[in-house]
Design a protein around this ligand. Sequence first.
Ligand code: ADP
Ligand code: MG
Length: 205
Amino acid sequence: MTTTEHPKKERTLVIVKPDGIQRSLMGEIIKRYEQAGYKLVATKLVLPTAEQAKDHYMVGGEEWLESVGVKASAAYEKKGMKSPFMTPRENGLAILETNAKYLSSGPVLAMVWQGAHVVEVIRKLTGGTEPRSSEAGSIRGDFVHDSYMISDTDNRSIRNLIHASGSAADAEKEIRVWFHEHEMIDYRLINEAILYDVNLDGILD
Ligand code: ADP
Ligand code: MG
């Protein structure tokens, strides 16, 4: 989003991961974002390659590799345990490999959602990375219970149903991994008048 654009133009990339499709949760997931007032501007069912999955995660670069490892260590510490990985980066590289396998294991639903604060609010509705500790009421908290402990023991990614961009800047880069600009539809949703118009006129006859 450029600074001259209205905040309602903010976009985020959401992917219903292969486990979300297999659990028949596409409709439920779309419903949650729709009912929060967001507008779907692009979508497609994709069978990603491992390469595409890696490109997607590497949008966050070295910073992401480090931060996933740090987040996992903190979760282990909270349970009075130690992460099985030597360094956060080593953990990040292992996660990149398992994520590529995870995302390319079956079809995924890629979507671009638009609206004010969409990155932050969709992350909140989606819930924290580890479903075991994701907030009740969030999508991950309500529909799955996977943990760092089980996924690391089995040397696989945490199955948490959804990807949702972590920042507006990452979202714009991630969108380019999955969509061409012409695949995004610029349209007016009637709901937006109620959400964003300065005056609520046009309601009364
Ligand atoms: P989020 O999806 O909540 O933004 P991250 O960007 O930190 O989380 O990580 C991307 C994805 O990698 C997660 O959704 C999850 O599927 C997987 N993942 C992250 N950390 C781990 C971990 N320590 N062990 C296994 N898989 C992980
Ligand atoms: Mg992330």
